[in-house]
Design a protein around this ligand. Sequence first.
Ligand code: TEU
Length: 587
Amino acid sequence: MTSPRHLDTTATTPVPDREPGWWRSAVVYQVYPRSFADSDGDGVGDLQGIIDHLDHIAELGVDVVWLSPIYRSPQDDNGYDISDYQDVDPMFGTLEDLDRLIAAIHERGMKLVMDLVVNHSSDEHPWFQDSRSGRDSAKRDWYVWRPPRPGHTGGEPGAEPTNWHSFFSGSTWEWDEASGEYYLHLFSRKQPDLNWENPQVREAVYAMMRWWLDRGVDGFRMDVINLISKAVGPDGELPDGPAKPGTRYGDGSPFYMNGPRNHEFLHEMHREVYADAAILAVAETPGVTLEHARLFTDPARREVDMVFQFEHVGLDHGPGGKWDLQPLSLPDLKLNLAAWQEGLAAGWNSLYWNNHDQPRVVSRWGDDSPEYRVASAKTLGTVLHMMRGTPYVYQGEELGMTNVGFTSIEDYRDIESLNHYREQLEHGADPADVLAGIAPVSRDNARTPMQWDDSPAAGFTTGTPWIAVNPNHTEVNAAAARRDPGSVYHHYRRLHELRHTHDIVVEGSFRLLLPEHEQVFAYTRTLAGSPTLLVVANMSSEPATVTLAGLAGPLAGEVLLTTHDDGAHAAGEELTLAPWESRVLLG
Ligand code: TEU
């Protein structure tokens, strides 16, 4: 392995000073390039479109831009299937365009985090093309190949080496007639998993990461990085998983999530790539437990800075998984987030409601009716941003953008939703029922074009958008929000300002109040030498009453932020909050 990365003053653009731990007081804004802004009228967002709208992001007062993938890709999974890690896909622009974007971000005092998708590559990546060229390929062992299940004929249902179910429906194994073996793909068949057991693979990834850091990038969001270590047996065997009811598949996650060498690989990556570069390293870790998250984020272990945990975004999943939507229990949500606040006190949390994989939270857990959309979007923002950890704002969240809830399968573009629809119909399900199950949870709800104004394509493109614009863009758009001092946009600006001006928001200890209350989410943050910060929020569309005694905090303190100027009033021992009213007090 080559020498670790040092701050490279010859980088193509001036890299902002990065003090260790700078990300503790930072706010990150996620851009999904396909849907942010299209500058050339081809209906797909691009890098120039992002440059043209950087001031919208900068004026929000955020510190970091996280860019979902813009690398060369056949776009089977919208870029999370990469065929060249060190080039930009022409639909988004060129490397020079990216250099201009990096410079423009740095000039505005912000930093750039790139998406690192190395659990798998695209099947069109030259590495995989070489690997599938034959069993004696020098890169055969760069991917995970296995013979058919003993006693079975390759390509036949049931001949797959294990019974694992893919994240995107179907088997995790694809038969390759030419070389007579199966290759593993936890996601789509065009996303073959890289074999991290192979040190050549790891070194190739580290070299690519160093190349991007030399280009001025300030960090990485690491895609499903807790899936890279598979529980391979001594003879390379991989076991079947427990059967999944209603399918011929099993759950393989016990054998690829938080695997046996996961921490070893991330420690090695830290040593070989960013040991003392003070970048932001955030790991996306579906199925991570608090115990593993402590190990991943403990600074002394030198792995990553923070993780995206998935427990809270799974609280409305029924036994049938994400498509089996259940009502959210607020006490369950509070207990879960409190557990991570207290459980990762020594590590660090990522705080998020939204991203490109989750439906819009204002529709999911808020109230997107005209009466309460703005108040619920603000209150959801307040509850999340006043917690301990690094908040992530997903494009459009600052406008209170809602789910689109497509009603025809023709409107969908997301491979996860389309594969699920197809698999359910193969099992004889009624199309209307499946569509009804997809509408509120599909990832496409997060991927409709950014709503810049009330013009026909919401100011996103002058062409035909790759996915339909949400019709409510006539009301819900950036131009209107920026004009309206009472908008979600200006509320988010205030939230970011509080994080930058109050140490207690960054470092204060978290304590949950009223855990059983069905409507109110309340907690305090305390920090030695600082008055106490109290957050009290009504997370329902009905008035909510709490006992003052239960709110052992500075109710009479300085109001740092509220959603209702004429709101909460104490009567005797009780405080009544209006629907979706929230307050941040210091005293
Ligand atoms: O997502 C991983 C992941 O956990 C998601 O697939 C999630 O389970 C699902 O979307 C919930 O509906 C990452 C990326 O964020 C996602 O966009 C990619 O599709 C996936 O990895 C594969 O790269």
